[in-house]
Design a protein around this ligand. Structure first.
Ligand code: SAM
Length: 470
């Protein structure tokens, strides 16, 4: 077989890693882009390896019963919700299986029976943060290119998957509740009307770069506009139009970014109107009231706020604290987990990379009248060392919630040295979690596993593992 060959009537068996489908032909594994488990499809081969083949769907001969009708007109172009064509029940089944596969295959671990995956109550409009990119030359779909209708070049939307310089113009998005869609559409309209130059990522020219919209369950909304240079007339035209039209915007910010990329962790954020934060609320785990969390422009907050509560409750239950424990909350972000569990601990120590998030974490303790937390900023592999442990004490319980890359090997080694009785490991990437659990497995046994769906319509899944010292 060679690249470009057509294969007909292939029956898709299951989902594989990274959202691809898997089929078998005479025992040979084929990873397929497109399709759904249960479909019969024709494919073109795109890669030939000795142990597997890769292909792309060219025609669907029979539709699977596991399918759903995609609800967004951008499905297929946008990489955001790549599982819209699969019904939610089936999505959950494969996410659950994905966690089991990773922990068993990569971790090689002996595992307890898994708790059934926790579904998200909202399967649309569940996100609280979206980043949009302005483009001087937007990506055109095949239909647009062949229609002969003039389209204009500027756009505001998402990057095409795996193409850093290709952005398509978003007309609708079902991820974030209003006023998100309306704000994006108005920002685009004002910039076009005022002839404000959209940025060209390839040529690195233009003015207006990105728009981040953060919404909170309190109704507060934050906008962050990135531009390449300090031309207040244009910045104010856009921010004023948006804040005049949408009183929900309680935090309007801009950033001057003359760099090649759009990341702004290292740049100053200028608060133009309102507060330099928005406020989220969450019930306390023991039902004794409500917590408030201030979230700044650079701070991480779990993107599905409702499901964050469910996730934290799982971590809290697994930690099973009695009230006399010293708890470390690693990768604490704005201190959300630390403050969530503080009522049941003697003390919680939160560690995090982003200094601004640590400042938010301290404020979050203060506004919630929590006095038994301490927060420290730094890279985990440098901050969590022997002297930190002797200064702050050995933890009884560790809650860790690293980014997708998982924990640095040195951090895993420190966890072994810290020798806490319990570790609760919250992860958004079961593959790196499996790798880390393996490193901890000499001293720790996994006693419970609970997958949680935070991101419906996508391949992503969150997972919480409870570890006890052997
Ligand atoms: C998945 S988030 C979890 C945040 C928090 N636990 C929560 O639930 O909101 C991971 C956090 O790890 C932080 N982080 C990433 N790399 C880090 C590192 N090397 N050292 C310390 N913190 C890091 C990020 O800034 C982010 O706040």
């Amino acid at each position: 077989m060679k690249k470009g060959d057509q294969l007909e009537n292939i029956v898709v068996e299951t989902m594989a890693a990274e959202g691809k489908c898997l089929a078998k032909l005479n025992g040979q594994v084929i990873f397929i882009e497109g399709g759904a488990p249960g479909d019969t499809v024709d494919i073109t081969l795109t890669k030939i390896k000795s142990s597997f083949l890769e292909g792309k769907v060219t025609a669907i001969k029979k539709l699977s019963e596991n399918r759903a009708t995609p609800f967004c007109s951008h499905f297929g172009t946008c990489g955001g919700c790549s599982w819209q064509h699969i019904n939610y029940e089936t999505q959950l089944k494969y996410k659950h299986q994905q966690v089991i596969d990773n922990l068993e295959r990569i971790g090689g671990l002996t595992l307890p029976p898994f708790q059934q995956i926790l579904p998200s109550q909202k399967t649309k409009y569940y996100r609280n943060k979206l980043d949009y990119t302005f483009t001087a030359s937007r990506w055109l779909t095949k239909d647009e290119l062949t229609s002969g209708i003039p389209f204009g070049d500027a756009g505001l939307g998402y990057h095409i998957p795996r193409m850093y310089d290709k952005v398509f113009d978003v007309k609708e998005c079902f991820l974030q509740p209003e006023p998100s869609n309306s704000i994006r559409l108005l920002a685009r309209e004002v910039a076009l009307k005022e002839n404000i130059p959209f940025f060209d990522l390839r040529k690195q020219v233009g003015f207006i770069r990105t728009l981040t919209i953060r919404t909170a369950n309190t109704g507060e909304t934050m906008i962050i506009l990135q531009v390449t240079y300090d031309k207040m007339e244009w910045i104010e035209k856009i921010l004023k139009s948006l804040t005049d039209q949408f009183p929900q915007i309680t935090s309007a910010n801009y950033i001057i970014n003359g760099k090649k990329n759009d990341t702004f962790a290292d740049l100053d954020v200028n608060c133009w109107k309102g507060n330099p934060y928005i406020t989220e609320t969450m019930p306390r785990p023991d039902g004794s009231g409500t917590l408030q969390f201030r979230v700044g422009p650079k701070s991480f907050y779990q993107t599905n706020s409702d499901q964050a509560f469910e996730l934290y409750k799982v971590a809290w239950r697994m930690a099973g604290m009695k009230g006399d424990e010293l708890v470390y909350d690693l990768y604490t972000g704005t201190g959300t987990i630390a403050n969530f569990v503080a009522g049941n601990a003697k003390k919680v120590v939160g560690l995090e990379y982003v200094a601004a998030a640590i400042e938010d974490a301290k404020v979050n303790s203060k506004i919630n009248n929590i006095h038994n937390t301490d927060f420290y900023a730094g890279d985990m592999k440098d901050l969590l060392n022997d002297s930190f442990l002797s200064q702050h004490g050995r933890p009884d319980t560790i809650i860790t919630d690293p980014p997708r890359a998982g924990m640095h090997e040195d951090v895993c080694k420190m966890l072994l040295k810290a020798a806490a009785k319990k570790i609760v490991y919250v992860s958004c990437n079961a593959a790196t979690q499996a790798r880390d659990l393996k490193l901890l497995s000499d001293q720790y046994e996994v006693v419970a596993v609970q997958p949680v769906d935070m991101f419906p319509q996508t391949v992503h899944v969150e997972n919480v593992a409870s570890l006890v010292r052997k």
